[in-house]
Write a protein that binds this ligand. Structure first.
Ligand code: NAD
Ligand code: ISE
Length: 335
């Protein structure tokens, strides 16, 4: 049975996910789209055979031909569509972040636990990236001994118009916040934000930032977040263990030696760097829904990331180390 998907929000990532569902992956089709920018939605619908245009997200969710919903609108709008999907009993893939406040995540958590089954998957695609998966296998396999520290770099050439000062944490660093919980299979206990000299490329933004994350076991993670670094999209990660280190491989598919220089390609943006990860993420989601298999990053993961993000925002405001207070995990999420 083909999984019929409706997509809410057809900007950059919405269009990229439609391309992969309709042209790259198997087992699913896009049958409906919507966007507050109706002209954009109409143009996208025109380019997808059989896709119906809806005027609102709620109308799309209620459409009987839609089996599952993909939410790719701005973060502040995720809650309303995820709640409506749960209410309709339809699985929903929500791009990160799950929602932008702790309270909104709690409302989603309460709706899904009330429904008594998992319907929500959050778009934390690094868990599907070949390099991150290989790094996790090495760390968990014990080759480098107990992990002690991780150094992360998250650099964007520029950021979109919806980006605010807080977005460096809630939109960008939130990927590392989720990734380290998964990498080390443990929660984050406290966070501190350090503020270096400001880049002139960042306008009103405090760019760059350094985020420190203390894991429950004492592993210390540092994350450089630069969001206007111009030269490209550059993601790095290195775990330091007792007996060795393990780092993400360089993503460049080709190394050129010419005119006395050696050069690697740097990805232009997240679409290029994580193209394989998004493909695996969506194929596994489609397969899980078609076969009744297990879903990926959950509402609980989205909620935990929101609590750590809130603590980091507080740490950024106060300049102080801020503890993270995570309630106990409900049974639905393996508590
Ligand atoms: P975008 O601005 O390119 O697209 C967002 C679209 O949503 C726009 O077309 C906008 O008109 C539409 N929209 C806004 N409010 C809406 C509403 N209430 N109902 C319906 N449509 C609405 O932004 P983007 O870069 O595509 O990001 C969208 C989401 O995807 C964000 O949550 C972002 O954090 C996430 N994202 C995730 C990744 C990733 O690596 N997983 C990468 C980029 C973006
Ligand atoms: C964007 O929304 C993403 O999710 C990208 O993966 C991230 O690198 C970027 O900083 C965000 O703005």
């Amino acid at each position: 049975m083909t999984l019929n998907v409706g997509v809410i929000g057809v900007g950059m990532i919405g269009q990229d996910h439609i391309r992969r569902i309709t042209q790259v992956l198997s087992g699913a089709d896009v049958v409906a789209v919507t966007d507050v920018d109706l002209d954009r939605a109409r143009t996208v619908a025109d380019g997808v055979a059989d896709a119906r245009l809806h005027v609102t997200g709620e109308e799309l969710i209620a459409d009987d031909s839609v089996d599952a919903v993909v939410v790719c609108s701005w973060g502040e709008t995720h809650e309303q569509y995820v709640l409506a999907s749960i209410d309709a009993g339809k699985p929903v893939f929500c791009e990160k972040p799950l929602a932008t406040t702790q309270q909104a995540c709690e409302r989603i958590l309460s709706a899904e636990t009330g429904a008594g089954r998992r319907l929500v998957q959050v778009g934390y695609m690094r868990r599907y990236d070949a390099a991150y998966r290989a790094l996790r296998d090495v760390v968990q396999g014990g080759t480098i001994g107990l992990p002690l520290m991780m150094h992360c770099t998250h650099r964007n050439p520029s950021v979109p118009g919806y980006y605010r000062k807080e977005s460096a944490i809630t939109d960008t660093a939130v990927h590392e916040i989720d990734m380290v919980r998964w990498m080390f299979d443990e929660e984050i206990a406290a966070t501190t934000v350090l503020v270096p000299r400001k880049s002139r490329n960042g306008g009103e933004l405090q760019d760059p930032l350094v985020l420190l994350l203390e894991m429950d076991s004492g592993i210390l993670v540092d994350v450089e977040i630069s969001v206007n670094i111009r030269y490209g999209y550059d993601i790095r990660g290195e775990v330091v263990g007792e007996n060795g280190t393990a780092a993400l491989g360089e993503a460049s598919p080709v190394r050129i030696r010419s005119a006395g220089l050696v050069s690697d390609r740097v990805a232009a943006d997240w679409r290029e760097r994580f193209i394989g990860a998004y493909d695996v993420e969506f194929q596994e989601w489609i397969d899980a829904l078609r076969s009744g298999g297990e879903l990926g990053p959950s509402t609980w993961d989205g909620y935990a990331a929101a609590i750590v993000s809130n603590a980091a925002l507080e740490a950024m405001r106060s300049g102080m180390r801020t503890p993270v207070k995570l309630p106990s995990r409900p049974d639905l999420y393996g508590g």
